[in-house]
Design a protein. Structure first.
Length: 292
């Protein structure tokens, strides 16, 4: 008999992979398919090693029976796909500037109610490029910004990306679509090729940790005028997508708009939103008069 190499001790059997897949799906709503096995194995190995547990079996048992939320968080952080960059799919930011925001203001005026802040949520926000892009676009291009109070919130399930988002330091890959004058105005150079977003923009975004599929946790999000939920539904199965859609619906105020990623569509997920073809693409509106 030969001694197992450390890597073998951390390697998952097919049955272990299946059990972990099921457990993770139940807890987070995120499904990783067997086709992703190589990617998942590598990341789980990193997670088990980082935990100090001697083997996958010991780690999984501590995770399941030990009520260790920090272990589940570490696993979640390993398994999420966090690709993002500034000004991504920016035709939707064009839509936000016009027609979405003017319509929202007109509606407030028509209803004759005192206008509270316009509330925007970026969920998932990953490392923060999306909410910071929204903040810069509004400051640069929305003439009403001096008159209208705007709140920008951002959330993600991954606590590592949230820490990076709060810190707001970015490399060339993230920044390549930022106009040069904006780079000079809204960032400061920290090291060669890295720039940190200015405090004024950082302070304009409030970050939260949440699982969009967790109905109980999502209850704290309510009354948003616009939600950007881009490039995450593609990772969910039907049930998790539906749950996320319902939770986003509950987080919007009636008449509010939901923006999805270009490869995503609500049509096969849920009929609760009213789709509308804006000049820049489709947006989904929570009907006025609909209760949560
Ligand atoms: C590909 S990034 C998209 C970021 C940004 N919206 C964009 O389009 O550039 C997907 C993000 O979704 C987050 N995520 C995955 N599952 C989630 C869930 N159940 N709840 C909240 N965020 C989730 C991941 O942590 C990751 O940061």
């Amino acid at each position: 008999m030969t001694r197992a190499t450390p890597t073998e001790e951390f390697r998952l059997t097919d049955a272990e992979f299946e059990r972990l897949r099921e457990y993770f799906y139940k807890r987070t709503g995120i499904q990783f398919t067997p086709a992703k096995r190589y990617f998942v194995d590598k990341r789980i190995e990193a997670c088990v090693r980082g935990s100090g547990q001697p083997s996958f079996a010991a780690w999984f048992s501590a995770l399941r029976v030990g009520d260790r939320p920090e272990m589940l968080q570490a696993l979640t952080n390993q398994l999420t796909v966090n690709e993002t960059y500034f000004m991504r799919e920016d035709y939707q930011f064009d839509a936000l500037l016009d027609p979405v925001l003017p319509r929202l203001l007109a509606e407030h005026a028509r209803a004759g109610r005192p206008r509270g802040p316009i509330r925007i949520l970026s969920l998932p926000c990953s490392t923060g490029e999306e909410p910071y892009s929204i903040a810069m676009r509004l400051l640069e291009e929305w003439p009403e910004i001096d008159r209208v109070d705007v709140e920008i919130h951002a959330a993600d399930i991954d606590s590592d990306v949230l820490a990076r988002a709060r810190h707001g330091s970015y490399g060339a890959r993230s920044l390549q679509r930022v106009p040069k004058p904006w780079l000079a105005k809204y960032f400061r150079s920290v090291t060669a090729g890295r720039y940190q977003i200015e405090d004024a923009i950082r302070g304009a975004v409030t970050f939260h940790r949440v699982n969009v599929c967790d109905t109980h946790a999502m209850r704290v999000f309510a009354g948003f005028d616009v939600i950007f939920c881009r490039n995450v539904l593609i990772y969910f199965d039907e049930l998790s997508s539906r749950r996320a859609a319902e939770n986003l619906f509950g987080a919007l105020r009636p008449g509010g708009y939901l923006m999805l990623g270009h490869a995503e569509s609500m049509s096969r997920i849920s009929p609760i939103f009213t789709p509308e073809r804006l000049p820049q693409g489709i947006a989904y509106q929570r009907p006025t008069g609909a209760s949560a």
